[in-house]
Write a protein that binds this ligand. Structure first.
Ligand SMILES: Cc1cc2nc3c(=O)[nH]c(=O)nc-3n(C[C@H](O)[C@H](O)[C@H](O)COP(=O)(O)OP(=O)(O)OC[C@H]3O[C@@H](n4cnc5c(N)ncnc54)[C@H](O)[C@@H]3O)c2cc1C
Length: 445
């Protein structure tokens, strides 16, 4: 049993890679540990996809197709600023399923890789746990002999793509990470959704409160109110209209000072009485590979969500009858393990717009570094478009091992600009197209 591409991780970048690869004629297996696709977009409830702010576009076919299919079932809207990235995370799961089926991607949910088979300089394949191996061999195999005997102990692949966000395949075979030598950190968030909100009342109240439109927007799109607003304890030159409301909440003991460190909300297409929150932000730095610390952070996040929901019901107009309807299954992680690739992309490359022969994405998105300390977060505008080379997706040690998504070979600052959803889509799509060109010798490698 042999695949052309095995993608491990059916999240943002992994789905784009698997879909594009299958569309180009590759035999693709996509392995996902959750019971649904979408990764950070669905399990961490991270939305919207940010606007890359570029005139040029590269590897945007998957993104456009996904948003167009979501739009057809009401799960996507475009804001007046032209951002197409506003989506409904539950409908996203359904649309991704259908896209993979249509492209012919073989998807395995609830599955992780037990071992990576390799020789000195090549990845040969992967092992899954015994039960799954038996099942998948009888389903996809062309190498079971007459006696129904399994001929190979592992699933072979020509290319192995690590799209697990934390580079878990690289970790399994003990490859070096760039972050091993750094002590740099961005806080995680545990996102949630509240429902039962009177959005009209809330919109009127918040638009009056933030008369200067410092951070609040509200539009009617496709018959639904779409609004967003924010408050953080970072000044950033902004006068936060919600400041007195949060101050009152802290004084009355409804929320803690830490609960107020970062607060952002926005509406969701096809959920007319719901609002999604990009908070609470977990301040305490921890290593994402440390499961004890990860578990503590999750519990802290859920306690904070309960306090925030009580505060919102008490202080926000339109929230009087609201309730928590969804808490993200996983923490939203901004940065974790980053691989060492054939090329380490740096913040200088990004700021100077360095050109490369085989780019996978073009973007102008700012360097977005969240900090656990007051007034230390940074959103640095970039003057010109920058591109990421495919060599930052290729393992330094194995020519047929790749990484796509937030774990690519880039320094901490550059990763802080590259990690947004459209860029992760472009990495996945760009890698699949690169492999296709390479395998068909178009690139002459
Ligand atoms: C709090 C927060 C807010 C953000 N806000 C925005 C925003 O507003 N707009 C924007 O564009 N970007 C935003 N981002 C960035 C963006 O969402 C992520 O960087 C991006 O989605 C990551 O994509 P990925 O493909 O690397 O990982 P993921 O989408 O997380 O995919 C990884 C997949 O691998 C799977 N997996 C993990 N381990 C295994 C395993 N062992 N075996 C099999 N499968 C496995 C996971 O379940 C998951 O499905 C935000 C990020 C965070 C954390």
């Amino acid at each position: 049993m042999k695949f052309d591409i095995i993608v491990v991780g059916g999240g943002t970048a992994g789905c784009a890679c698997a879909y594009t690869g299958a569309k180009l004629g590759f035999k693709v297996l996509l392995i996902e540990k959750n019971s649904y696709l979408g990764g950070t977009m669905t399990s961490s409830l991270v939305m919207p996809a940010m606007n890359t702010k570029t005139k040029l576009s590269l590897n945007t076919d998957f993104y456009n197709e996904l948003m167009s299919r979501l739009h057809n079932i009401g799960g996507q809207v475009t804001y007046p600023d032209g951002n197409i990235g506003w989506f409904n995370p539950e409908l996203m799961k359904i649309v991704l399923d259908k896209m993979m089926t249509d492209a012919g991607v073989n998807v395995l949910f609830d599955t992780t890789v037990s071992e990576v088979i390799r020789n000195k300089d090549k990845i040969l394949g992967i092992g899954l746990n015994d039960k799954i191996m038996k099942y998948i061999k009888s389903t996809y195999t062309d190498n079971i002999n007459k006696e129904n005997e399994i001929l190979s102990e592992y699933i072979e692949t020509t290319h192995l793509v690590d799209a697990t966000a934390d580079a878990k395949i690289f970790k399994k075979i003990n490859l070096k990470f760039l972050n091993n030598s750094e002590k740099k950190y961005q806080p995680t968030n545990l996102r949630f959704i509240m429902s039962g909100i009177n959005l009209k009342e809330f919109s009127d109240w918040i638009m009056e409160l933030d008369k200067d439109r410092n951070v609040t927007t509200s539009y009617e799109i496709d018959g639904q109110i779409h609004l967003s607003t924010a408050y953080t304890w970072d000044k950033g030159g902004i006068k936060w209209a919600l400041h007195p409301v949060f101050k009152e909440g802290i004084e009355e003991g409804l929320i803690t000072e830490a609960d107020s460190n970062y607060f952002q909300l926005f509406t969701i297409p096809k959920m007319p009485s719901s609002v999604a929150f990009n908070c609470p932000r977990i301040l305490e730095p921890f290593d994402i590979n440390d499961k004890v610390a990860y578990s503590k952070a999750l519990k802290q996040g859920r306690e904070s969500i309960l306090r925030l929901s009580n505060f919102l019901r008490a202080k926000f107009k339109g929230f009087e009858n609201s309730y928590i309807s969804n808490i993200a299954n996983t923490l939203g992680v901004r940065v974790s393990n980053r691989i060492e690739g054939k090329y380490i992309y740096t913040i200088d490359d990004l700021k100077t717009g360095k050109k490369f022969e085989h780019p996978v994405l073009i973007s102008k998105y700012p360097v977005d570094i969240h900090s656990e300390d007051k007034d230390c977060s940074k959103l640095e505008t970039i003057e010109q478009e920058y591109m990421l080379p495919v060599e930052s997706l290729i393992s330094k040690d194995y020519d047929n091992l790749f990484a796509v998504g937030r774990c690519i070979s880039a320094d901490f600052e550059a990763q802080a600009a590259l990690r947004i959803i459209p860029s992760c889509f472009a990495m996945g799509e760009g890698l699949a197209k690169y492999l296709h060109c390479k395998d068909t010798k178009i690139l002459g490698h």
